[in-house]
Design a protein around this ligand. Structure first.
Ligand SMILES: Cc1cc2nc3c(=O)[nH]c(=O)nc-3n(C[C@H](O)[C@H](O)[C@H](O)COP(=O)(O)OP(=O)(O)OC[C@H]3O[C@@H](n4cnc5c(N)ncnc54)[C@H](O)[C@@H]3O)c2cc1C
Length: 258
């Protein structure tokens, strides 16, 4: 293992944070238990005082095929997974296109688009050296209860990459803001949409400092300049408060504040 300085104001998708020492884990290392693992930082807000951080090194960014099984390392970026699937005519990963992050982040969040979620196509996850079948892992909408750090995952290979499906899912994204963001700030409550609720309480487009509830898609917190975690937290708490007052619904954050 070795340390690397990562500037989260550049690395994170929401462009918030500062240069921070991150412990890089290599293949032969025992994974520390006292550090928080970062993937591609597409669902994170790194505060000025984050916990000690770590990341999987490029040793964990690989794809191999063995008979009918595709094995992917947890540090593999989603874009490269989609390119591989396309090149090798493999079905199931089309929804990962334009869903920024690494396989590890997708597994931990059970990331997905519409009815397509990573757990739907998953066979098993390697968690700290032990392969665990999908059936043994509690999971649901934007959540998976991993018992530790995921280092790789396996998928049964099904042939037939669909460019048509990919195009239709990418098309759905046309309503997403272009400013830096960390994806949806809140999970959708059952039977409703967090974005609709944020709009209903008048917060769509509402700004604090350089952080803003997006004018394009209300459930996206966007950084329109030098946004800070403090401003983001203010907007998150304000939305929760107003929505609870008006609808008696307590929204749950999807975004993670470190
Ligand atoms: C513009 C934009 C659009 C987005 N659209 C969507 C969308 O449509 N659907 C959706 O689901 N998400 C969406 N997201 C959120 C994000 O793409 C996903 O949550 C993605 O899976 C995050 O991956 P990451 O590697 O960046 O994880 P990070 O943000 O780095 O981490 C997220 C969580 O995963 C954990 N984690 C990361 N790697 C591992 C590992 N190896 N083992 C265990 N835990 C791990 C982290 O500890 C953290 O708790 C969007 C984000 C952006 C910026």
């Amino acid at each position: 293992m070795f340390f690397k300085t990562i500037d989260f104001s550049k690395y994170s998708s929401i462009k918030v944070g500062q240069p921070t020492e991150v412990l890089m884990i290599e293949k032969e290392d025992t994974i520390p238990t006292d550090r928080y693992l970062i993937g591609g930082a597409n669902n994170l807000l790194v505060s000025p005082t984050p916990p000690p951080l770590m990341m999987l090194s490029k040793d964990f960014a690989y794809i191999t095929e063995d008979n009918n099984i595709l094995e992917i390392g947890a540090a593999m970026p989603t874009g490269r997974i989609v390119s591989y699937a396309k090149k090798h005519d493999i079905a199931g990963f089309e929804f990962c296109s334009k869903l920024p992050g690494t396989l590890g982040g997708m597994l931990a969040m059970n990331a997905g688009v519409k009815e397509y979620e990573i757990f739907n196509i998953l066979h098993s996850i390697e968690i700290e050296g032990k392969w665990v079948a999908k059936e043994e892992i509690a999971h649901g909408y934007r959540f998976a209860k991993l018992s530790g750090i995921a280092t790789a995952a396996r998928f049964e290979i099904k042939k037939g990459f669909s460019q048509k499906l990919l195009d239709s899912l990418v098309n759905l994204r046309s309503n997403q803001p272009h400013n830096p963001s960390a994806g949806s700030a809140f999970k959708n409550p059952e039977g409703d949409y967090a974005g609709r609720l944020i709009e209903e309480v008048g917060l769509k487009g509402f700004r604090k400092g350089d952080m803003q509830w997006s004018e394009v898609h209300a459930n996206f917190l966007v950084n329109v300049g030098e946004g800070t975690v403090e401003d983001a937290k203010y907007l998150i708490d304000l939305a929760k408060e107003k929505i609870f007052e008006k609808f008696n619904i307590l929204l749950q954050e999807e975004i993670k504040v470190l």
